[in-house]
Design a protein around this ligand. Structure first.
Ligand code: SF4
Length: 471
């Protein structure tokens, strides 16, 4: 998962991209970058950490001149946490600068990467994204956008892409529409972003989504759809509504806030807690669903946990030892609200169980009598290969445990999940237009080989490495 932003036709392109990255910080906290195009000259400033780490003051933006910019916040799902993997990636294709920002995750590419290496390709990163550039460099076509389309016909998986070229700004989305991708306008400036919250911050008007399978070009003539990849039934990631997207965004045609409340209401119908005194959320991602749960159940909503906003989302941190510490740093309890109460705590999901286990302990320490956990999604039992970082079932607490075993592991008095049927029934679109593979194990596309996060890292050790001179 990542956040991407593209700006076309504005002298303040870098500043607008920077703001768009800020709005999408929740989509990736490992690194951030902006690339601008100023005539034939390309500028890049990127680094590891939060947007505020990479751009601590105005001087970091000063060199980023040009009317066109793309930006990226990185959350690694292929390739390690390494500076070389931070986007947007930058290459030369036939002496033309080409920069790419990718939200999603490609699959079934180990063979393709090997094949390209045998043909002489020297990879600079261990990302899946770089494969698109090598395929594009080899493709035939009068324009770069035609070559991009040819490249994308050869890859599978989830991609919302922005590609900065001297021909213009190219955007493309996989035929399943896995990840959100919005188009907006700020007067004459085109703005494209993973989530509409980025458009709102900049003041851009949302026009439409980049359609599943659409490859489009924005240049001085305007926006034109150049290619349509083969049509598929949509498979939007339902987890975007459950957890990932911001509640003030509109994705896949619906407001996240509205659907998240509906999900909370459905959970209250399916999994009541009639003896509970209060219902609390795990801030911030379950705040909205908790309002729905409280509204439907009639149980009083209270603020029982305070989140320290200066610590990032624990789930997104990839190293386990960091993750445990982050939970304790991140939440504190409001004893006056919790003491002596029977409490329903609503969360969006349980991935590794680390957060909820620690929270249950904190609630008991605050004097809570009983802890009832209610989860606004089904148990996550299967890895995601399309852009979320829970790639192996070893890390998933529910993968090989019954509900009772997970409840015992968490140390809580009751545990209930929303059913998959209840989750999909809460959507505005039909259930078959969503990917729910991490709950059901039914992957929309066949997975042919290892798709682990570090699959290219292992190969990379045997490869000849030419460092990117711009790094
Ligand atoms: S497997 Fe789960 S998290 Fe991954 S794309 Fe599908 S619904 Fe989303």
């Amino acid at each position: 998962m990542c956040g991407i932003i593209g700006i076309y036709g504005n002298p303040e392109a870098a500043t607008l991209a920077y703001l768009g990255l800020y709005a999408q910080q929740h989509r990736g906290q490992e690194g951030a970058g902006i690339v601008t195009l100023d005539g034939a000259t390309v500028h890049r400033h990127m680094g590891q950490g939060l947007v505020s780490d990479v751009y601590p003051d105005q001087s970091a933006l000063n060199g980023l001149e040009g009317n066109v910019a793309i930006g990226h916040t990185r959350y690694s799902t292929t390739g390690g946490i390494d500076r070389k993997n931070v986007g947007p990636l930058l290459f030369n294709v036939e002496d033309q600068p080409v920069s790419i920002a990718h939200n999603g995750n490609l699959v079934n590419l180990a063979a393709k990467r090997r094949e390209l290496q045998k043909q002489g390709a020297i990879f600079q990163t261990t990302t899946d994204t770089e494969i698109i550039i090598h395929l594009m460099a080899r493709a035939k076509g009068a324009r770069l956008v035609d070559r991009v389309a040819t490249a994308l016909e050869q890859v599978e998986g989830a991609f919302s892409l922005l590609i900065l070229t001297p021909e213009g700004l190219i955007a493309a989305r996989d035929p399943y529409g896995w990840r959100p991708f919005a188009i907006g306008k700020l007067k004459d400036t085109w703005v494209l972003a993973s989530e509409t919250c980025a458009l709102d911050l900049i003041g851009a008007q949302e026009l439409r989504d980049v359609q599943p399978g659409e490859v489009l070009l924005i240049d001085d003539q305007g926006l034109q759809t150049v290619h349509q990849l083969p049509q598929r039934t949509a498979k939007h990631c339902v987890f975007e509504y459950v957890y990932f997207s911001r509640p003030d965004s509109r994705i896949f045609g619906s407001n996240v806030d509205k659907l998240r409340r509906k999900i909370g209401k459905t959970l209250a119908d399916e999994a009541p807690a009639p003896t509970a005194d209060i219902v609390i959320s795990v801030p911030d991602s379950s705040n909205t669903a908790t309002l729905g749960y409280a509204d439907r159940s009639g149980i009083r909503h209270e603020i029982g946990l305070i989140r320290n906003h200066y610590v990032g989302r624990s789930f997104i941190r990839p190293e386990q030892k960091l993750r445990d510490l982050t939970v304790k740093l991140k939440f504190s309890t409001v004893k006056g609200v919790l003491e002596g109460k029977e409490v329903v705590i609503v969360d969006d999901s349980i991935v590794r169980g680390t957060t909820m286990r620690t929270l249950a302990r904190l609630l008991r320490q605050a004097g809570v009598k009983k802890v009832h956990v209610r989860i606004t999604s089904p148990p996550i039992r299967f890895p995601c290969h399309f852009g979320l970082d829970f790639p192996t079932d070893k890390e998933l607490v529910a993968a090989h445990r019954t509900k009772e075993e997970v409840q015992a592991y968490l140390g809580v008095d009751s545990l209930e999940y929303l059913s998959l049927e209840g989750l999909l029934a809460s959507m505005d679109l039909p259930g078959d237009q969503f990917c729910s593979a991490c709950f059901s194990g039914k992957y929309p596309i066949a997975l042919e080989e290892s798709n682990s996060k570090d699959r290219f890292e292992m190969e990379f050790q045997d490869s000849e490495v030419i460092p990117d001179p711009a790094l």
